[in-house]
Design a protein around this ligand. Structure first.
Ligand code: HEC
Ligand code: HEC
Length: 384
């Protein structure tokens, strides 16, 4: 009797130990923790005199769903990567590496882009290949490097089986049915709400620049008048025109050709044309350029100062004889024409050390510290 009892006790002990250690090994559950009253996304950006939503009506419940989807690792093939893995809020929704790691450990072809004021942009990706944000937001999920979830039915099934989405879909759409269009819709409302218009620069524009210090004011003059920066990174969003990229002469010939198409002036395949990015939050979105080749703004400025290459398709704004489309003193339209016909002479800016520092100081006024900390855009997931 005593012996049986002992055997029984030992078996019980083993069972308890095994089940305990099993419990310990169980991964933590990631669950979104959302505010009791839904965050207001529909009034962001009201403090400036232009409409950063571009007339798009942001719905608070759809944006809330989009926020959860944006940080949802289960939208990737192996449940490890979310949009937020490569688009980090503290980095202006870019990230701090030249190429980002996708779900399978492979690296993306290009540098992760900052996300902001998408309402003011007409084309997406470095090569401007996508016009509609509605299509664009689903691409990273299916991308074989980024998130790897190619099968749309499986995506819908996965999201349908996660309990916390039920209420989010009901709030956003009136019932809990998950569809691809609704997933895209939620993400679009969230991304459209990522409006960044509260930088020192924005405040300066509304107040006759009284809040800029002498160095920033000198930088502003250089940016808008002395050097051609604002010809490309200009306007309310400090970015280029909508429909075409520019070739800035990073290389003599680009292995990543960028925009696909025919160069309208020379009638040859385009090479090295990339989206002119908005310089908002540029202080925190490095490394820079489509391939993340420059780590600091100082390196970028050095490149523009004396590093522009003689690429046959180099933008006119960066050739000698032009200053952002204006002629330099002593140079005529004939000189310009000559330059364009006879070969490419890249612009050399001959910046002093002081000018370089002033330019960088000025670009740092584009940082919107509220945007980088706004809880409405933060990761709602907590592990339990
Ligand atoms: C593995 C990293 C990675 C993940 C995950 C990822 N992205 Fe990206 N994202 C990038 C890269 C790299 C680019 C630039 C791609 C290109 O130009 O070809 C980009 C570009 C973008 C752009 C274009 C911005 C512009 O200014 O044109 C948006 C918007 C965007 N991503 C949103 C998302 C969303 C939404 C998700 C989740 C569904 C997501 N990304 C997931 C790396 C990532
Ligand atoms: C001809 C148009 C043009 C002009 C002029 C121009 N840029 Fe750019 N800029 C671009 C393009 C296009 C890119 C992106 C190139 C790439 O991704 O490879 C870029 C990229 C940048 C970046 C990095 C952005 C990022 O997110 O990686 C910075 C910073 C920058 N430019 C600053 C400046 C400054 C400062 C000047 C003036 C000295 C200037 N640019 C003049 C077109 C221009």
């Amino acid at each position: 009797m005593r012996k049986i009892n002992l055997t029984f006790f030992i078996i019980l002990l083993i069972v308890v130990v095994v089940s305990c250690s099993k419990e310990e090994a169980e991964p933590l559950k990631r669950v979104p923790v959302l505010p009791e009253t839904v965050y207001k996304y529909d009034s962001i950006g009201g403090q400036v005199s232009f409409d950063a939503t571009a007339g798009f009506d942001i719905d608070n419940d759809k944006a809330t769903l989009g926020r959860v989807l944006f940080y949802e690792t289960q939208l990737s093939m192996n449940n490890r990567v979310s949009c937020g893995s490569c688009h980090r809020q503290s980095a202006g929704f870019a990230d701090h590496v030249a190429k980002s790691e996708g779900f399978d450990g492979k690296l993306t072809k290009r540098n992760s882009q900052a996300i902001l004021n998408t309402g003011l942009q007409s084309f997406f990706f470095h090569d401007l290949r996508e016009e509609f944000l509605e299509n664009m937001v689903l691409m990273p999920i299916a991308d074989h490097i980024e998130m790897g979830l190619e099968d749309k039915d499986y995506m819908v099934e996965k999201i349908s089986n996660i309990p916390y989405y039920k209420e989010l879909f009901i709030n956003a759409f009136g019932d809990s049915t998950v569809t691809i269009t609704r997933i895209s819709d939620g993400l679009v409302h969230f991304i459209r709400s990522m409006i960044s218009v509260n930088s020192k620069w924005d405040i300066a524009r509304e107040n006759n620049f009284v809040n800029l210090n002498p160095q920033e004011l000198r930088g502003k003059d250089l940016y808008f008048h002395e050097f051609p920066c604002s010809s490309c990174h200009g306007g309310n969003n400090l970015m280029g025109g909508a429909s075409a990229g520019e070739n800035i002469g990073l290389e003599l010939w680009y292995s990543d050709p960028g925009t696909v198409g025919i160069d309208p002036v020379r009638n040859v395949p385009m090479n090295g044309w990339f989206k002119v990015p908005s310089l908002r939050n540029i202080e925190v979105t490095g490394p820079y350029m489509h391939d993340g080749r420059f780590n600091t703004l100082e390196e970028v400025v050095d490149f523009y100062d004396h590093g522009i290459k003689r690429h046959p398709q180099l933008s006119f704004f960066l050739r000698r004889g032009t200053n952002g489309g204006f002629f330099r003193l002593g140079e005529s339209p004939q000189d310009l024409e000559q330059n364009l016909l006879t070969g490419v002479e890249p612009l050399r800016m001959f910046m002093t050390t002081q000018q370089k520092q002033d330019l960088v100081a000025f670009m740092k006024t584009f940082t919107d510290h509220d945007f980088l900390k706004d809880p409405r855009f933060s990761d709602p997931f907590r592990s339990f």
